[in-house]
Ligand binder design. Structure first.
Ligand code: SF4
Length: 203
Protein backbone atom coordinates (compact mmCIF):
# COMPACT_ATOMS: atom_id res chain seq x y z
CA UNK A 1 0.00 0.00 0.00
CA UNK A 2 1.41 3.39 -1.00
CA UNK A 3 0.94 6.32 1.35
CA UNK A 4 3.07 8.54 -0.89
CA UNK A 5 3.75 8.32 -4.62
CA UNK A 6 5.43 10.45 -7.22
CA UNK A 7 3.93 11.88 -10.39
CA UNK A 8 6.22 14.16 -12.36
CA UNK A 9 7.68 16.78 -10.06
CA UNK A 10 5.00 16.42 -7.38
CA UNK A 11 4.72 14.11 -4.39
CA UNK A 12 1.22 12.78 -3.82
CA UNK A 13 -0.21 11.86 -0.43
CA UNK A 14 -2.74 9.05 -0.20
CA UNK A 15 -4.40 9.07 3.22
CA UNK A 16 -7.76 7.35 2.88
CA UNK A 17 -9.91 5.06 0.76
CA UNK A 18 -13.10 6.69 2.02
CA UNK A 19 -15.25 9.13 0.08
CA UNK A 20 -18.60 10.86 0.45
CA UNK A 21 -19.31 10.19 -3.22
CA UNK A 22 -19.53 7.01 -5.20
CA UNK A 23 -18.81 8.30 -8.68
CA UNK A 24 -19.56 6.02 -11.60
CA UNK A 25 -16.08 6.67 -13.06
CA UNK A 26 -14.16 6.33 -9.78
CA UNK A 27 -10.88 4.47 -10.00
CA UNK A 28 -11.76 2.78 -6.68
CA UNK A 29 -14.19 0.66 -8.68
CA UNK A 30 -11.40 -0.60 -10.91
CA UNK A 31 -9.53 -3.84 -10.30
CA UNK A 32 -6.32 -2.58 -11.87
CA UNK A 33 -5.85 0.65 -9.95
CA UNK A 34 -4.71 4.09 -11.00
CA UNK A 35 -0.99 3.66 -11.50
CA UNK A 36 0.87 0.59 -12.70
CA UNK A 37 2.85 -1.06 -9.94
CA UNK A 38 1.48 1.20 -7.21
CA UNK A 39 -1.14 -0.12 -4.84
CA UNK A 40 -3.09 2.84 -3.48
CA UNK A 41 -5.60 0.75 -1.56
CA UNK A 42 -4.86 1.34 2.12
CA UNK A 43 -5.21 -1.55 4.54
CA UNK A 44 -5.46 1.09 7.26
CA UNK A 45 -5.47 4.87 7.27
CA UNK A 46 -2.02 6.21 8.09
CA UNK A 47 -1.49 8.36 11.15
CA UNK A 48 0.06 11.81 10.82
CA UNK A 49 3.42 10.40 11.92
CA UNK A 50 3.18 7.56 9.41
CA UNK A 51 2.53 10.03 6.59
CA UNK A 52 5.48 12.21 7.61
CA UNK A 53 7.69 9.16 7.96
CA UNK A 54 6.69 7.88 4.52
CA UNK A 55 7.59 11.25 2.96
CA UNK A 56 11.10 10.79 4.27
CA UNK A 57 11.57 7.90 1.83
CA UNK A 58 11.84 10.56 -0.88
CA UNK A 59 14.12 13.51 -1.48
CA UNK A 60 11.16 15.69 -0.56
CA UNK A 61 12.86 19.05 -1.02
CA UNK A 62 13.11 18.47 -4.78
CA UNK A 63 9.33 18.51 -5.36
CA UNK A 64 7.44 21.45 -6.82
CA UNK A 65 4.41 20.64 -4.68
CA UNK A 66 2.75 18.19 -2.34
CA UNK A 67 -0.67 17.03 -3.46
CA UNK A 68 -3.32 15.38 -1.31
CA UNK A 69 -4.83 12.96 -3.79
CA UNK A 70 -5.21 9.22 -3.56
CA UNK A 71 -7.89 6.60 -3.79
CA UNK A 72 -10.41 8.36 -1.59
CA UNK A 73 -11.40 11.90 -0.60
CA UNK A 74 -8.66 13.42 1.59
CA UNK A 75 -11.07 15.80 3.32
CA UNK A 76 -12.91 12.91 4.94
CA UNK A 77 -9.92 13.45 7.28
CA UNK A 78 -10.05 17.25 7.21
CA UNK A 79 -8.44 17.89 10.59
CA UNK A 80 -5.69 15.36 9.87
CA UNK A 81 -5.01 17.01 6.51
CA UNK A 82 -4.69 20.39 8.16
CA UNK A 83 -2.29 19.07 10.79
CA UNK A 84 -0.17 17.35 8.13
CA UNK A 85 -0.11 20.62 6.16
CA UNK A 86 1.11 22.50 9.25
CA UNK A 87 3.97 20.03 9.67
CA UNK A 88 4.84 20.03 5.96
CA UNK A 89 5.03 23.82 5.86
CA UNK A 90 7.27 23.78 8.90
CA UNK A 91 9.57 21.10 7.47
CA UNK A 92 9.68 21.77 3.73
CA UNK A 93 8.02 25.09 2.81
CA UNK A 94 6.80 23.55 -0.45
CA UNK A 95 3.40 24.53 -1.95
CA UNK A 96 0.53 22.24 -1.00
CA UNK A 97 -2.51 21.41 -3.13
CA UNK A 98 -5.61 19.52 -2.10
CA UNK A 99 -7.59 17.69 -4.77
CA UNK A 100 -11.04 17.36 -3.32
CA UNK A 101 -14.72 16.81 -4.00
CA UNK A 102 -15.43 20.00 -2.02
CA UNK A 103 -17.50 18.36 0.72
CA UNK A 104 -15.28 19.34 3.68
CA UNK A 105 -17.84 21.71 5.19
CA UNK A 106 -20.54 19.04 4.96
CA UNK A 107 -18.22 16.43 6.45
CA UNK A 108 -17.26 18.67 9.40
CA UNK A 109 -20.67 20.35 9.74
CA UNK A 110 -18.94 23.74 9.85
CA UNK A 111 -16.97 26.10 7.65
CA UNK A 112 -13.40 24.79 7.79
CA UNK A 113 -11.99 27.05 5.06
CA UNK A 114 -10.39 29.55 7.52
CA UNK A 115 -8.25 26.65 8.79
CA UNK A 116 -6.64 26.31 5.35
CA UNK A 117 -5.15 29.81 5.49
CA UNK A 118 -1.38 29.87 5.41
CA UNK A 119 -1.07 26.11 4.91
CA UNK A 120 -2.85 25.29 1.68
CA UNK A 121 -1.74 27.01 -1.52
CA UNK A 122 -4.17 25.50 -3.98
CA UNK A 123 -7.48 23.68 -3.93
CA UNK A 124 -8.71 21.81 -6.98
CA UNK A 125 -12.36 20.86 -6.65
CA UNK A 126 -14.06 18.25 -8.85
CA UNK A 127 -17.20 19.85 -10.23
CA UNK A 128 -18.31 16.93 -12.41
CA UNK A 129 -21.66 18.39 -13.51
CA UNK A 130 -23.52 21.56 -14.38
CA UNK A 131 -26.23 21.20 -11.71
CA UNK A 132 -27.14 19.30 -8.57
CA UNK A 133 -29.41 16.80 -10.22
CA UNK A 134 -26.82 15.68 -12.77
CA UNK A 135 -24.11 15.73 -10.11
CA UNK A 136 -26.09 13.31 -8.01
CA UNK A 137 -26.70 11.02 -10.98
CA UNK A 138 -22.97 10.84 -11.66
CA UNK A 139 -21.52 11.08 -8.13
CA UNK A 140 -24.15 9.38 -5.96
CA UNK A 141 -23.21 11.59 -3.03
CA UNK A 142 -24.19 10.50 0.46
CA UNK A 143 -25.50 14.07 0.87
CA UNK A 144 -27.83 13.89 -2.13
CA UNK A 145 -28.35 16.81 -4.52
CA UNK A 146 -27.36 19.40 -1.90
CA UNK A 147 -23.75 18.22 -2.27
CA UNK A 148 -23.44 20.22 -5.49
CA UNK A 149 -24.34 23.60 -4.01
CA UNK A 150 -22.21 22.81 -0.96
CA UNK A 151 -19.27 22.08 -3.28
CA UNK A 152 -19.70 25.45 -5.03
CA UNK A 153 -20.10 27.22 -1.70
CA UNK A 154 -16.87 25.58 -0.48
CA UNK A 155 -15.10 26.96 -3.57
CA UNK A 156 -16.41 30.46 -2.88
CA UNK A 157 -15.39 30.32 0.79
CA UNK A 158 -11.91 29.00 -0.08
CA UNK A 159 -11.20 32.11 -2.17
CA UNK A 160 -10.67 34.14 0.97
CA UNK A 161 -8.04 31.79 2.42
CA UNK A 162 -6.41 29.84 -0.42
CA UNK A 163 -4.42 31.61 -3.18
CA UNK A 164 -5.53 29.30 -6.00
CA UNK A 165 -9.01 27.85 -6.17
CA UNK A 166 -10.08 25.90 -9.20
CA UNK A 167 -13.08 23.88 -10.28
CA UNK A 168 -12.39 21.03 -12.64
CA UNK A 169 -14.32 18.78 -14.99
CA UNK A 170 -13.19 15.87 -17.12
CA UNK A 171 -13.14 15.97 -20.90
CA UNK A 172 -15.69 13.16 -21.28
CA UNK A 173 -18.45 15.71 -20.54
CA UNK A 174 -20.33 17.07 -23.58
CA UNK A 175 -18.62 20.31 -24.74
CA UNK A 176 -21.77 22.38 -24.18
CA UNK A 177 -21.97 21.19 -20.57
CA UNK A 178 -18.30 22.03 -20.09
CA UNK A 179 -19.07 25.58 -21.21
CA UNK A 180 -21.93 25.86 -18.69
CA UNK A 181 -19.52 24.71 -15.96
CA UNK A 182 -16.91 27.21 -17.11
CA UNK A 183 -19.51 29.99 -16.88
CA UNK A 184 -20.43 28.96 -13.34
CA UNK A 185 -16.75 29.03 -12.33
CA UNK A 186 -16.41 32.50 -13.89
CA UNK A 187 -19.51 33.73 -12.09
CA UNK A 188 -18.25 32.65 -8.69
CA UNK A 189 -14.77 33.96 -9.46
CA UNK A 190 -12.64 30.80 -9.36
CA UNK A 191 -10.36 29.12 -11.90
CA UNK A 192 -11.56 26.39 -14.22
CA UNK A 193 -9.77 23.42 -15.70
CA UNK A 194 -10.78 20.65 -18.09
CA UNK A 195 -8.85 17.52 -17.10
CA UNK A 196 -8.18 14.61 -19.37
CA UNK A 197 -10.15 11.59 -18.19
CA UNK A 198 -7.63 9.07 -16.93
CA UNK A 199 -8.76 5.47 -17.20
CA UNK A 200 -7.31 3.06 -14.69
CA UNK A 201 -3.70 2.26 -15.50
CA UNK A 202 -3.60 4.71 -18.43
CA UNK A 203 -0.74 6.73 -16.92
S1 SF4 B 1 -15.11 12.05 -5.52
FE1 SF4 B 1 -13.22 11.11 -6.31
S2 SF4 B 1 -12.70 9.52 -4.81
FE2 SF4 B 1 -14.80 10.10 -4.44
S3 SF4 B 1 -16.02 8.59 -5.55
FE3 SF4 B 1 -15.74 10.39 -6.88
S4 SF4 B 1 -13.92 9.96 -8.12
FE4 SF4 B 1 -13.93 8.52 -6.38
Amino acid sequence: MAITYEIGDALYLNITNRCTNNCSFCVRNSQVGLLPGIDLWLEKEPTIDEVLEDIQKWDAKKYREFVFCGYGEPMTRTYTVIRICEKLKELYKIPIRINTNGHANLICSRDVTPMLAGFVDAVSISMNAKNGKEYQQICLSQYGEKAYDAMLDFAVKCKKYVPQVQLSVVDIMPPKDIEVCRKIADEIGVGFKVRHYVKANEK
